[in-house]
Design a protein around this ligand. Structure first.
Ligand code: TXA
Ligand code: MG
Length: 321
């Protein structure tokens, strides 16, 4: 199969209407999209990604009003967040209508709903009759794509079209929220920070994400791993003193002085910039001629929490002092 790259929606509309999968840009990461109402189309997403079907998919639409096509009702607290942050990098777990196949929700009565903040994709969604189910457009277990080139590199020959909307402005996946016992629960930290949400709905007590910055040193289960060993530490300076003879590379948060290969997540200690760069950097280090790469946790504030969560998932070992 030839994979084409385009920045206009016409060809994407045709393919989606034929129940094909198309890669689409969003402000968070690129998605691998198909008709959320059609099981034949949905199966192709799982095949292309090599993703187990017990892992549910986020459904993308263009407005809160339109979401009522497939959502039974909006909880009032979640609606407050949606009114402030949509379109944007936030996803809501809501009771689904029958029209959503269980293949989308992995058997759950709740569907994940997101209104992405990207002009091309919003235009695409307005020009089709159905919402789009879309996981991140990476092979299962690998780093998420933040550009059309990333998608091409990973999925060329497997999908017919990539809609190119430029580099992703946020660079981290959406924050996922839901309701349990009338309280807001955060299931994934992402583009909208806890602090931002708390300004709208008050203190959020339930954050059910695996600790974004584990204290204990040790080996980690890798989830979104680059093909290069990554070690994370709480003291880069000390690490470099202790292991100065290792053939290692460095990912740092600001300009650093060293004779080793080094790449900066940000040049001005900006968490926004670090988020934009992280996945690109994790791909870049794979080309380095080093035994492994070391990175330091970022500050646990704002986007730093979500970035540390992704660092933890990409790393194979923690060395904290
Ligand atoms: O930013 C994003 O959210 C990107 C873009 C493409 O929209 N999408 C994305 O999808 O990150 P994915 O499939 O890589 O991650 C979706 C997460 C999964 O961890 C999944 O378990 C959770 O959302 N999820 C989806 N539907 C769910 C449901 N019905 N119940 C519980 N969790 C759900
Ligand atoms: Mg993903």
């Amino acid at each position: 199969m030839q994979t084409r790259i385009t920045n206009t929606i016409e060809h994407a509309i045709d393919l989606l209407n034929q129940n094909e999968v198309v890669a689409i840009p969003t402000e968070t990461v690129y998605g691998l999209a198909a008709n959320a109402y059609n099981s034949d189309a949905l199966v192709k997403i799982f095949e292309v990604k090599n993703r187990p079907t017990f892992n549910p998919l986020i459904v993308h639409t263009y407005s809160l009003e339109k979401s009522f096509d497939f959502v039974k009702e909006w909880d009032s607290e979640l609606l407050k967040l949606a009114e402030v942050f949509c379109p944007g990098p936030i996803t809501f777990l809501l009771p689904k209508k029958e029209i959503i196949p269980y293949l989308v929700t992995a058997g759950s009565e709740y569907v994940a709903v997101r209104i992405p903040n990207h002009s091309i994709t919003l235009e695409l969604l307005k020009n089709i009759e159905y919402p789009l189910a879309a996981p991140s457009a990476n092979p299962f277990g690998y780093v998420s794509p933040t550009s059309a080139e990333h998608v091409y590199h990973n999925l060329k020959g497997k999908i017919p079209l990539i809609l190119d909307g430029g580099p992703c402005s946020i660079g981290l996946e959406s924050t996922i929220v839901g309701i349990e016992n009338e309280e807001i629960v955060v299931y994934r930290l992402g583009g909208i920070t806890l602090e931002d949400m708390e300004k709208v709905v008050g203190k959020i007590h339930q954050v059910k994400v695996s600790s974004s910055k584990p204290q204990a040193p040790g080996m980690l289960i890798q989830h979104y791993a680059p093909k290069k060993k990554l070690i994370v530490t709480n003291d880069l300076e000390k690490y470099l003193q202790l292991y100065s003879f290792d053939k290692l590379g460095i990912i740092d948060f600001e300009e650093n002085r060293t004779d080793k290969p080094v790449i900066h997540l940000s040049t001005q200690k900006s968490l926004t910039e670090a988020a934009q760069n992280l996945f690109q950097v994790l791909r870049q280090i794979e080309t380095w001629n080093v035994d492994y790469v070391v990175i330091e946790w970022l500050p646990e504030i704002g986007l730093g929490k979500a970035i540390n969560d992704r660092i933890q998932r990409a790393a194979s070992e923690i060395i904290n002092f």
